[in-house]
Design a binder for this molecule. Structure first.
Ligand code: COA
Length: 416
């Protein structure tokens, strides 16, 4: 089956997570992604938190599937020459080095554009160009703090909290992928490449859009009625942390189910969708609440929403999270069990859809990874193993016209 991005050649100058997540996605969809890595060491994540000695760490394998690996010291003149050749025949270069690293290497946007005016140069940085923090190196949690996620996540009586979801890394990579695909479409019209830049701070903030909404509502009316602080607690002049409250107009909370005393994940998320009030009352065996003025409207319920959640928890006390959801789904109530990574890894539906995939690997045996979350009617993205360090060096150099002797010489001087 022909994949839509087949024929698109990408120089993958990325490391850690934000950049690799982007190029991995493009590789799944058919792009020829050549990961350029420093000879001898490669992407730092090959060695981070190894669970099998001498085999690439899962951090690396789960973010670099479907790619080729070319080792190249781009600080050596011979390495620069090879990179220049690659640039001349590639469509996209993706990088997420620290600020200024590509310029210091001699490959500024101007230089790359001169070498190949059709090439798209895509970058991830912590902060956008010209931002007063644009000299900072940034990792995931730094971005979550800088993008507004941390100040609005967690409980009001605890510190700012980091999400386990990679809002700074993989999320930024997904934004970059959208930017690259847009620039490729643009190139079809203009024949010109362009620079695509995404900052981690901006990408986190983009996902915290509703919190910026809340800041403006708070400034206008002084309270936020869907937050647990309303109506009994205090609001300051900044959006507070709302615990597990629903982010939109639907109150919700994480509620205990049977076994919560010993199982830290025996919970469901329960949403009180406004128009689902009647089925909720029926499901809970509380028909008298349906027309009770103290419960009938969302506004009437809000002052005693935690008393309502308490009643629901009493109903849940003899039901596991799975049993509870099986009952509630019949009443069309938006809810889900709180699932552990173990449960997700073994979920037959996720295996069947290709969202959790098992990938054979030359050194590891096989490993589980998250496959494409995007499903197509005409294409099933297939996940193949991440490359060993330098696995495709000879192949890529030969395609650029280097002989076996040239490659031997380049190895001798550690340029590849
Ligand atoms: N050959 C020779 N040198 C290479 C090379 C290669 N193939 N690949 C990288 N290098 C060099 C770079 O030129 C740079 O050298 P310089 O600093 O002397 O100019 C150095 O290796 C890499 O620097 P840097 O990217 O700053 O690495 P770091 O480990 O110090 O910082 C980050 C890591 C992630 C903090 C930093 O890259 C960063 O802030 N990136 C942007 C934001 C980002 O993507 N962060 C999230 C990652 S999940």
């Amino acid at each position: 089956m022909t994949k839509p991005l087949e024929g698109i050649k990408i120089i993958d100058f990325t490391h850690v997570q934000a950049g690799p997540a982007c190029t991995q996605l493009l590789a799944w969809f058919g792009a020829d992604v050549i990961k350029v890595e420093r000879p001898g060491s490669g992407d730092v994540t090959r060695n981070q938190l190894r669970d099998i000695p001498d085999a690439d760490a899962l951090y690396f394998t789960m973010l670099n599937s479907n790619k080729k690996s070319l080792t190249l010291d781009t600080k050596k003149p011979e390495g620069k020459e090879i990179l220049e050749k690659l640039v001349r025949e590639s469509d996209v270069l993706v990088e997420n080095f620290g600020p200024g690293a590509l310029d210091r290497m001699g490959f500024s946007w101007e230089r790359l554009n001169e070498l190949n005016p059709k090439m798209i140069v895509a970058s991830v940085k912590g902060f956008s160009d010209g931002h007063h923090y644009d000299d900072l190196k940034v990792y995931e949690n730094v971005a979550q703090c800088a993008g507004g996620a941390a100040s609005t996540t967690g409980f009001w009586d605890g510190p700012p909290t980091i999400s386990a979801a990679a809002l700074g890394d993989s999320n930024t990579g997904m934004h970059l992928a959208i930017g690259i695909l847009t620039a490729l479409l643009g190139r079809d019209k203009t024949g010109k490449g362009q620079k695509v830049a995404v900052s981690m701070q901006d990408s986190v903030l983009n996902l915290c859009r509703v919190k910026l909404r809340d800041q403006q509502r708070l400034e206008r009316v002084g309270y936020l009625e869907e937050y647990p602080q309303y109506p009994h607690g205090e609001f300051s002049d900044v959006v507070p942390r709302g615990g597990n409250a629903g982010g939109g107009g639907q109150p919700g909370w994480v509620l205990k189910c049977k076994g919560w005393e010993t199982d830290p994940n025996a919970y469901i998320y329960f949403t009180i969708q406004g128009h689902a009030w009647e089925p909720i009352c029926k499901a809970l065996g509380k028909p008298e609440w349906i027309d009770d003025p103290a419960y009938k409207t969302a506004e009437a319920r809000q002052p005693h929403i935690f008393e309502i959640f308490g009643t629901i928890e009493a109903w849940l006390a003899d039901k596991t999270k799975f049993e509870a959801v099986d009952i509630l789904r019949k009443f069309d109530i938006p809810c889900a069990p709180v699932l552990t990574m173990k449960e997700l890894a073994n979920d037959p539906s996720l295996r069947a859809s290709g969202t959790i995939v098992e990938v054979p690997h030359k050194k590891r045996g096989s490993y589980l990874t998250v496959g494409s979350p995007i499903k197509f009617s005409d294409m099933k993205p297939e996940v193949t193993a991440s490359p060993l360090l330098g696995e495709h060096t000879d192949e890529v150099l030969a395609s650029l016209g280097y002989s076996r002797q040239d490659i031997f010489n380049l190895r001798e001087i550690k340029a590849v």
